[in-house]
Design a binder for this molecule. Sequence first.
Ligand code: FES
Ligand code: FES
Length: 190
Amino acid sequence: MTNRRPLELTVNGRSRSIEVLAHHTLLDVLREDLGLTGTKECCLVGECGACTVLLDGHSVDSCLVLGVEADGASVTTVEGLAVDGRLSPVQRSFLETGAAQCGFCIPGQLVSAHALLTDAPHPTRAQVEEGLAGNLCRCAGYEQIIEAVLMAADAADADAIADDDLAARSARLRALGDRAATPDAELAPQ
Ligand code: FES
Ligand code: FES
Protein backbone atom coordinates (compact mmCIF):
# COMPACT_ATOMS: atom_id res chain seq x y z
CA MET A 1 0.00 0.00 0.00
CA THR A 2 1.40 3.35 -1.01
CA ASN A 3 1.00 6.49 0.95
CA ARG A 4 1.24 8.59 -2.18
CA ARG A 5 -1.60 10.86 -3.17
CA PRO A 6 -2.44 12.49 -6.50
CA LEU A 7 -2.00 16.24 -6.50
CA GLU A 8 -3.03 18.71 -9.15
CA LEU A 9 -2.04 22.30 -8.80
CA THR A 10 -0.87 25.26 -10.80
CA VAL A 11 2.64 26.44 -9.99
CA ASN A 12 3.85 29.73 -11.43
CA GLY A 13 1.15 29.53 -14.07
CA ARG A 14 1.95 25.96 -15.13
CA SER A 15 -0.46 23.08 -14.43
CA ARG A 16 1.22 20.21 -12.61
CA SER A 17 -0.18 16.74 -12.00
CA ILE A 18 1.97 14.64 -9.70
CA GLU A 19 1.86 12.06 -6.93
CA VAL A 20 3.24 13.12 -3.57
CA LEU A 21 3.82 11.51 -0.21
CA ALA A 22 0.82 12.16 1.98
CA HIS A 23 2.94 13.62 4.78
CA HIS A 24 4.93 15.94 2.53
CA THR A 25 4.46 19.63 3.11
CA LEU A 26 3.94 22.05 0.28
CA LEU A 27 7.56 23.06 0.86
CA ASP A 28 8.64 19.43 0.32
CA VAL A 29 6.52 19.21 -2.81
CA LEU A 30 7.97 22.37 -4.28
CA ARG A 31 11.59 21.56 -3.50
CA GLU A 32 11.71 17.77 -3.80
CA ASP A 33 8.94 16.84 -6.22
CA LEU A 34 9.05 19.88 -8.49
CA GLY A 35 12.69 20.92 -8.10
CA LEU A 36 11.81 24.51 -7.25
CA THR A 37 14.55 25.12 -4.71
CA GLY A 38 14.18 28.89 -4.64
CA THR A 39 11.79 28.48 -1.73
CA LYS A 40 14.04 27.96 1.29
CA GLU A 41 13.83 25.45 4.12
CA CYS A 42 14.86 26.74 7.51
CA CYS A 43 12.95 26.55 10.80
CA LEU A 44 10.10 24.30 9.56
CA VAL A 45 7.83 25.60 12.34
CA GLY A 46 6.41 28.77 10.82
CA GLU A 47 8.79 31.18 12.54
CA CYS A 48 11.20 32.47 9.91
CA GLY A 49 9.25 32.99 6.68
CA ALA A 50 12.05 31.61 4.48
CA CYS A 51 9.54 29.22 2.90
CA THR A 52 6.93 31.88 2.03
CA VAL A 53 4.90 31.29 -1.13
CA LEU A 54 1.59 32.57 -2.41
CA LEU A 55 -1.29 30.10 -2.19
CA ASP A 56 -4.24 31.37 -4.21
CA GLY A 57 -2.76 34.83 -3.81
CA HIS A 58 -2.26 34.69 -0.04
CA SER A 59 1.21 34.44 1.48
CA VAL A 60 1.70 31.29 3.56
CA ASP A 61 4.53 29.45 5.22
CA SER A 62 4.76 26.45 2.93
CA CYS A 63 6.35 24.40 5.73
CA LEU A 64 3.01 24.55 7.56
CA VAL A 65 0.80 23.45 4.64
CA LEU A 66 0.48 19.83 3.58
CA GLY A 67 1.01 19.34 -0.11
CA VAL A 68 -2.37 17.63 -0.45
CA GLU A 69 -4.01 20.72 1.06
CA ALA A 70 -2.88 22.64 -2.01
CA ASP A 71 -4.80 20.35 -4.35
CA GLY A 72 -6.52 22.48 -6.98
CA ALA A 73 -4.77 25.64 -5.82
CA SER A 74 -2.54 28.14 -7.57
CA VAL A 75 0.93 28.55 -6.09
CA THR A 76 3.44 31.29 -6.81
CA THR A 77 7.04 30.85 -5.73
CA VAL A 78 9.97 33.21 -6.01
CA GLU A 79 10.72 31.63 -9.40
CA GLY A 80 7.36 32.95 -10.60
CA LEU A 81 7.89 36.61 -9.78
CA ALA A 82 9.86 37.47 -12.91
CA VAL A 83 7.76 38.09 -16.00
CA ASP A 84 9.00 36.92 -19.40
CA GLY A 85 12.48 36.46 -17.97
CA ARG A 86 12.59 40.01 -16.63
CA LEU A 87 12.99 40.58 -12.89
CA SER A 88 10.00 42.15 -11.19
CA PRO A 89 10.35 45.72 -9.85
CA VAL A 90 10.77 44.49 -6.30
CA GLN A 91 13.44 41.98 -7.34
CA ARG A 92 15.32 44.74 -9.12
CA SER A 93 15.06 47.10 -6.16
CA PHE A 94 16.41 44.41 -3.80
CA LEU A 95 19.44 44.22 -6.06
CA GLU A 96 19.80 47.98 -6.33
CA THR A 97 19.73 48.57 -2.56
CA GLY A 98 21.97 45.65 -1.66
CA ALA A 99 19.17 44.12 0.41
CA ALA A 100 20.48 40.60 -0.17
CA GLN A 101 23.42 39.79 2.06
CA CYS A 102 23.75 36.01 2.53
CA GLY A 103 20.50 35.86 0.57
CA PHE A 104 18.93 32.98 2.44
CA CYS A 105 15.85 34.88 3.60
CA ILE A 106 15.49 36.83 0.37
CA PRO A 107 13.12 34.51 -1.58
CA GLY A 108 10.62 34.68 1.28
CA GLN A 109 11.13 38.41 1.68
CA LEU A 110 10.50 38.90 -2.04
CA VAL A 111 7.31 36.85 -2.05
CA SER A 112 5.98 38.70 1.00
CA ALA A 113 6.94 42.04 -0.54
CA HIS A 114 5.21 41.05 -3.77
CA ALA A 115 2.03 40.18 -1.83
CA LEU A 116 2.22 43.44 0.10
CA LEU A 117 2.65 45.56 -3.02
CA THR A 118 -0.23 43.74 -4.71
CA ASP A 119 -2.53 44.61 -1.82
CA ALA A 120 -1.06 48.05 -1.12
CA PRO A 121 0.79 49.46 -4.16
CA HIS A 122 1.92 52.53 -2.22
CA PRO A 123 2.50 51.33 1.33
CA THR A 124 3.75 53.41 4.22
CA ARG A 125 6.92 52.37 5.97
CA ALA A 126 4.79 51.01 8.81
CA GLN A 127 2.83 48.87 6.35
CA VAL A 128 6.07 47.52 4.89
CA GLU A 129 7.33 46.65 8.37
CA GLU A 130 4.07 44.92 9.18
CA GLY A 131 3.93 43.15 5.81
CA LEU A 132 7.41 41.70 6.29
CA ALA A 133 7.11 41.05 10.02
CA GLY A 134 6.90 37.30 9.43
CA ASN A 135 10.17 37.20 7.50
CA LEU A 136 13.29 37.11 9.62
CA CYS A 137 16.70 38.11 8.32
CA ARG A 138 19.62 36.76 10.31
CA CYS A 139 21.94 39.18 8.54
CA ALA A 140 19.68 41.92 9.92
CA GLY A 141 19.57 43.82 6.65
CA TYR A 142 16.14 45.19 7.47
CA GLU A 143 16.89 48.77 6.55
CA GLN A 144 17.91 47.88 2.99
CA ILE A 145 14.99 45.46 2.65
CA ILE A 146 12.46 48.09 3.71
CA GLU A 147 14.14 50.62 1.47
CA ALA A 148 13.91 48.18 -1.43
CA VAL A 149 10.18 47.66 -0.98
CA LEU A 150 9.54 51.41 -0.73
CA MET A 151 11.69 51.94 -3.82
CA ALA A 152 9.75 49.34 -5.78
CA ALA A 153 6.50 50.97 -4.74
CA ASP A 154 7.84 54.34 -5.74
CA ALA A 155 8.93 53.18 -9.19
CA ALA A 156 6.38 53.38 -11.98
CA ASP A 157 7.94 50.31 -13.54
CA ALA A 158 11.20 48.38 -13.63
CA ASP A 159 12.75 50.79 -16.12
CA ALA A 160 12.13 53.71 -13.80
CA ILE A 161 14.37 52.09 -11.21
CA ALA A 162 17.18 51.61 -13.68
CA ASP A 163 16.92 55.12 -15.06
CA ASP A 164 16.51 56.97 -11.81
CA ASP A 165 19.15 58.59 -9.69
CA LEU A 166 19.38 55.80 -7.14
CA ALA A 167 21.56 57.71 -4.73
CA ALA A 168 19.09 60.56 -4.50
CA ARG A 169 16.16 58.17 -4.16
CA SER A 170 17.90 56.22 -1.41
CA ALA A 171 18.70 59.38 0.51
CA ARG A 172 15.10 60.55 0.25
CA LEU A 173 13.72 57.19 1.39
CA ARG A 174 16.15 57.06 4.30
CA ALA A 175 14.99 60.51 5.33
CA LEU A 176 11.40 59.29 5.21
CA GLY A 177 12.36 56.23 7.21
CA ASP A 178 14.25 58.22 9.83
CA ARG A 179 11.10 60.12 10.68
CA ALA A 180 9.16 56.95 11.36
CA ALA A 181 11.89 54.49 12.18
CA THR A 182 11.19 51.33 14.09
CA PRO A 183 14.27 49.73 15.65
CA ASP A 184 15.27 46.50 14.00
CA ALA A 185 15.00 44.80 17.36
CA GLU A 186 11.26 45.42 17.28
CA LEU A 187 11.02 43.78 13.88
CA ALA A 188 12.93 40.65 14.73
CA PRO A 189 13.32 39.85 18.40
CA GLN A 190 16.43 37.73 18.89
S1 FES B 1 10.90 27.22 7.12
FE1 FES B 1 8.79 27.72 7.08
S2 FES B 1 8.58 29.43 8.42
FE2 FES B 1 10.70 28.83 8.62
S1 FES C 1 20.20 38.22 3.86
FE1 FES C 1 21.05 36.71 5.20
S2 FES C 1 19.34 35.97 6.35
FE2 FES C 1 18.59 37.67 5.26
